[in-house]
Design a protein around this ligand. Structure first.
Ligand code: AGP
Length: 372
């Protein structure tokens, strides 16, 4: 009913709008006033966390994209090797796991069969499993050694939005907590990141307030057949997520690429007026990387692409090559996906509406996939 949708036309729009609160709720009580993380609820003793020598993340779809981003954060802050794998592939390749492996299973519903089978396999091999889940008492947390709940509230739309942002928050919390427990040479950076993470809801709110041009752009692309997405570093999984949203909702051919891979093949796809969304990583921290993506934008534009550039405020280097420029607030480099994903959600939702598609219930899809 209209009341359930809180005055919005679709649950997806309501859930996109709820994101500032959802991320704040997921952070609530987990960072104290002095910036120390308290995740006692996770119930994996610090002694066990100190012994972990490998992290493996398993998940599907959007949750898998959150896991891909988590890998950058976990390896950087904790220096523990981390791999992220599609749950549906994981157990079939005979993965190497033992009691020093921490497996993180990410799932909004907690009922995804592929993810459940992956975690069962991991536990059989003696690994410890931590679930990141949005649904209290669902099967995945029940079968895990520990759980960190995301507090996104119920997500009704098939296309995941607020669950994704809160999965990211939970992953950052886990990474920062493990770093805190083990001690790390990034102490100052971590303290600064924790402070900014604690206030990230405000930045998500800011992005939501500037989305009208994105909606207008989406409507103008309603008769296109293809949209490509490029990203690099943490913005590469964001590009994949932007493409997945567009496939699910707009039924368009959409594909995400790592920008560095362009020259290894995908650049052949570029043709006149092809919309290409480029999610530009922060120019701070990794300026070489930033220069490279700016030249990628230049290259595709020279070949006719219509460039839709999502870039941080103050990033002036992209301006000459952006046919459409979407600004996002500055965040610590690794946290950028919390703000850069939002315009992609709005873009896909609006394009789907413009094409006359059913936003909350896309064809052929179920909210939770309980078969393998
Ligand atoms: C996201 O928009 C999708 N509908 C889908 O990829 C989803 O993220 C995936 O099926 C995993 O679901 P889960 O988080 O409930 O395990």
């Amino acid at each position: 009913s209209a009341a359930e949708k809180g005055g919005y036309d679709y649950f997806m729009l309501k859930e996109i709008a709820e994101q500032p609160k959802a991320v704040a709720d997921t952070l609530l009580g987990r960072i104290d006033a002095s910036g120390v993380l308290s995740l006692d609820e996770v119930r994996i003793p610090p002694a066990v966390l100190r012994e972990v020598d490998k992290v493996v993340i398993v998940a599907c779809g959007t949750a898998y994209h959150a896991g891909m981003i988590a890998k950058y954060a976990i390896e950087h802050w904790t220096r523990i090797p981390c791999e992220t794998e599609l749950a549906s592939e994981f157990r079939y390749r005979d993965p190497i796991l033992d009691r020093h492996t921490l497996v993180i299973a990410i799932s909004q519903s907690g009922e995804t069969m592929d993810t459940l089978m992956a975690l069962r396999h991991a536990r059989e091999q003696g690994a410890k499993v931590l679930a990141i889940c949005n649904t209290n008492g669902s099967t995945i947390p029940r079968e895990s050694d520990a759980v960190l709940y995301t507090h996104a509230g119920p997500e009704v739309a098939v296309a995941s939005t607020k669950a994704f942002l809160t999965q990211l928050v939970a992953c950052y919390l886990v990474a920062l907590y493990v770093a805190q427990v083990r001690g790390t040479k990034w102490g100052d950076e971590i303290r600064a990141v924790v402070r900014e993470l604690a206030a990230i809801g405000t930045q998500v709110e800011q992005v939501l307030g500037t989305m009208e041009p994105v909606r207008e752009l989406a409507r103008s692309l309603a008769d296109k057949n293809t949209v490509l997405f490029l990203g690099r570093h943490v913005s590469y999984p964001v590009a994949l997520e932007g493409a997945l949203k567009l496939k699910e909702l707009a039924y368009m051919h959409a594909e995400g690429f790592a920008a560095g891979e362009l020259k290894h093949g995908p650049i052949a796809l570029i043709e006149d007026d092809l919309p290409v969304v480029v999610v530009v990583p922060s120019p701070r921290g990794r300026s070489v990387l930033h220069d490279k993506i700016v030249s990628n934008i230049q290259e595709i534009r020279a070949r006719g692409a219509r460039t839709i550039v999502i870039a941080e405020e103050g990033d002036e280097a992209v301006v000459p090559y952006a046919d459409h420029l979407v600004r996002i607030p500055r965040t610590p480099v690794l946290l950028q996906p919390l703000v850069s994903t939002v315009p992609l959600q709005v873009f896909a939702c609006e394009l789907a509406t413009a094409r006359g598609n059913e936003v909350d219930q896309p064809r052929n899809l179920a909210k939770s996939v309980t078969v393998e």
